[in-house]
Design a protein around this ligand. Structure first.
Ligand code: 4AD
Ligand code: MG
Length: 445
């Protein structure tokens, strides 16, 4: 079986279906003498057509049921591989009338599918997205591995708020015995466990910088948390961020070239591994985006503001709002665009001041179709005294001290994995890019 399986597997893009097909019935067509069942095992977008003689039919064989089918592989008159069943075993029936929410003859909109988070993986739409997500993760690790970057696991529990935006989730023990025992030290509830207020991390950057200043290029891909009250199609309370810190990074251009190379690599490799998934998620994805062949544009923040004024896309607040970000992508013919040299007061304390203008910092945002901001990054302030004057809290003295012993110039960035998937797959709502989305009022499983 193993030998035969591997032949079939290569034909069906590594599907775990061969002469013994195990999987879920995605569609069922009953004809006079024969039943046609499309079976998929989750490993790829393709389905294997199973031909079942009518005498093998049982009532439990419906769409949505899980099956184990033994049979003989053959080629259909159209040259397609199909399995002629000799034995059909329904492992798990799916009683459609008992409330199964999906129907193979209907294209359910994502908002409908999202109502059934625990059953979503039964749909072709979410299955394809999760396969793309898994492949993208692999390509990310391949990219950094080929460049000899160190993969660092930064902590999820931390006492600092890297972005300084106050959008942190506080962590404290919920165990009365532990609290009682530790309270004897005279601490309050917030600080009783670690001795200082502790949060779920909003970014691993500061920890990456610590390792980078001893070992060179580093990256991390892990969950980050933001207690934003943003119920938008672009924000999650828990999301995955890819962060890298480049050692000996002297210019924003060096950082931009690296980000552009990374993004193009991931897009191209995912087209190779998941073409069928990409077109299944959105037909518009059948062709790679034209911008993959071109260099990303760069605009300074001031240039971007001039363009927006001319386009009459104005904003009463400082910075760029979503409409403006998307207008700038539009201005660049739907291609990603770097916005560089931001006003200092719009960005975080750790960013390096521009040498020729101390009101600006060497920061970048990369704006992309569908999402707008997809990457945020900067050169890091490496002047000890300047950083000291901007340090938001003396809890970050350790971060300041990194500049004291064998300091090097570094630059880094964070790329939101979910926003990357939105741009890549044409997914409007970020909640459809991961299996269990968390957003305000939604963390029930
Ligand atoms: O621009 P941000 O806040 O940058 C940082 O956290 C830096 N410390 C990263 C670094 O330099 N190492 O976030 C980076 C990216 C954003 O561009 C966006 O793609 C994503 O993280 N992001 C979110 N994605 C989903 N939901 C949210 N609430 C997000 N907030 C940020
Ligand atoms: Mg940002």
């Amino acid at each position: 079986i193993q030998k035969k399986y591997s032949v079939i597997a290569s034909v069906l893009e590594n599907a775990n279906i061969g002469e013994n097909a195990e999987g879920w019935v995605k569609n069922l067509r009953v004809q006079k003498e024969l039943i046609f069942a499309d079976v998929n095992d989750g490993s790829c977008a393709q389905k294997l057509q199973i031909i079942i003689p009518k005498e093998l039919k049982t009532d439990a064989l419906t769409y949505g049921s899980s099956v184990h089918i033994r049979g003989k592989l053959s080629k259909s008159p159209r040259g397609q591989l199909e399995l002629v069943a000799e034995n059909v075993k329904v492992l798990g029936p799916c009683v459609v009338l008992d409330g199964y929410p999906f129907n193979p003859r209907t294209t359910h909109p994502p908002e409908y599918i999202r109502q059934y988070i625990h059953l979503r993986s039964r749909t072709n739409f979410l299955s394809s997205i999760l396969r793309v997500r898994s492949s993208v993760t692999k390509h990310i690790h391949d990219f950094y591995s080929s460049k000899k970057y160190l993969n660092v696991h930064t902590p999820i529990l931390t006492s600092n708020d890297c972005e300084g935006a106050g959008e942190v989730f506080k962590v404290q023990p919920d165990c009365e015995d532990t609290i009682k025992a530790m309270m004897q030290d005279g601490k309050d509830k917030d600080t009783v466990y670690f001795g200082s207020k502790t949060y779920l991390t909003v970014s691993g950057q500061l920890h990456l910088e610590a390792i980078c200043r001893g070992m060179g290029n580093v990256y991390t891909l892990g969950p980050t948390f933001r207690a934003e009250n943003a119920r938008s199609r672009l924000h999650l309370s828990e999301f995955y961020m890819l962060e890298a810190e480049l050692a000996f990074c002297y210019s924003l251009e060096q950082l931009q070239n690296h980000i552009e190379e990374l993004l193009k690599y991931i897009f191209i490799e995912t087209r190779h591994t998941n073409e069928a998934d990409l077109s299944l998620i959105d037909k518009e994805n059948s062709k790679p985006p034209a911008w993959l062949q071109k260099k990303f544009a760069t605009l300074t923040y001031d240039e971007a503001q001039d363009i927006l004024k001319k386009k009459k896309v104005v904003n009463t607040e400082n910075g760029l709002n979503k409409e403006q970000e998307l207008a700038l992508v539009d201005y660049c013919n739907g291609a990603p665009v770097f916005i560089v040299r931001w006003p200092k007061d719009l960005k975080s304390f750790y960013m390096k001041e521009c040498q020729d203008d101390n009101t600006k910092v060497e920061a970048l945002d990369l704006l992309a179709p569908i999402t707008g901001e997809i990457v945020g990054g900067s050169l890091r302030e490496d002047d000890y005294d300047r950083l000291k004057s901007k340090l938001p809290s003396d809890k970050l003295n350790w971060y300041l001290e990194l500049r004291k012993f064998g300091n090097i110039p570094t630059g880094g960035y964070g790329l939101g994995l979910e926003r990357l998937l939105q741009t890549m797959c044409g997914i409007t709502n970020i909640k459809d890019t991961l299996p269990f989305p968390r957003w305000p009022h939604n963390c029930s499983m």
